[in-house]
Write a protein that binds this ligand. Structure first.
Ligand code: IMP
Ligand code: MG
Length: 210
């Protein structure tokens, strides 16, 4: 019996430095610009965060809460690097009031399946932009009486922040650019790029689907 060819993810992830010409159908669409964080850099940083969280939560009851949809790959990779017993659930929220900016009025599209009272909850977010979505999530989850509540964000955009928030774990600080890939979308597309790239064009018109 012949086994199917296995995809070499390590090679796929480390490919595509910004100097390479776009080769995939996704990249040829023209919407994907400069690579800001390569697949290798993502994997390296995610491993470091997983090690830090493993250390910090060694005597705790870790409950990871991924924010759909953008955090799916991040939370999946992060959780596999954590060497502790832990739970996983998801919330989905609609964050943008207008095409370009969070209004701070956030709607819960999918809530947690069970109470979190007494648990050590870690919110896992893809990117903190204005911070309004995360601010809402923190308020909502705090009211459910977890034992502790912390945030792990893959990306933060310090120049865009409107409110001060306690973010315990940060993957990368990025400039004020609209980014796609590794879960992050532009109009629901490009989440499947194995790296983080700037979107080309007028970033003010762009819209993310969470
Ligand atoms: P905030 O409320 O302004 O912090 O917006 C947070 C949400 O908007 C994130 O969880 C993302 O879903 C989305 N978002 C913000 N910036 C980007 C980006 O550069 N690319 C894709 N989605 C983004
Ligand atoms: Mg998000």
């Amino acid at each position: 019996m012949t086994l199917p060819a296995r995809c070499d993810y390590a090679r796929v992830r480390s490919a595509r430095p910004s100097t390479l010409a776009p080769v995939t159908v996704l990249e040829r669409s023209g919407a994907v610009g400069e690579v800001l964080i390569s697949g290798d850099q993502l994997q390296q940083r995610v491993s470091e965060l997983a090690a830090e969280i493993t250390h910090d939560y060694r005597d705790r009851d870790l409950f990871m809460m991924g924010v759909l949809k953008g955090a799916i790959f991040f939370v999946a990779d992060l959780m596999r690097g954590i060497e502790l017993e832990c739970e996983l659930d998801f919330m989905a929220v609609s964050s943008y009031g207008s095409l370009t900016d969070s209004s701070g009025v956030v709607r819960i599209l999918k809530d947690l399946d069970a109470p979190i009272e007494g648990k050590d909850v870690l919110i896992v977010e893809d990117v903190v932009d204005s911070g309004l979505t995360l601010g809402y999530l923190l308020r909502s989850l705090r009211s459910r009486n977890p034992r502790s509540l912390e945030v792990c964000a893959l990306l933060v955009k310090p120049q865009r922040r409107k409110i001060d928030l306690p973010i315990r774990y940060v993957g990368f600080e990025i400039p004020d650019r609209f980014v796609v890939g590794y879960g992050l979308d532009l109009d629901q597309r490009y989440r499947n790029l194995p790296y983080v790239a700037a979107a080309n064009g007028d970033q003010g018109r762009f819209r993310s689907g969470g």
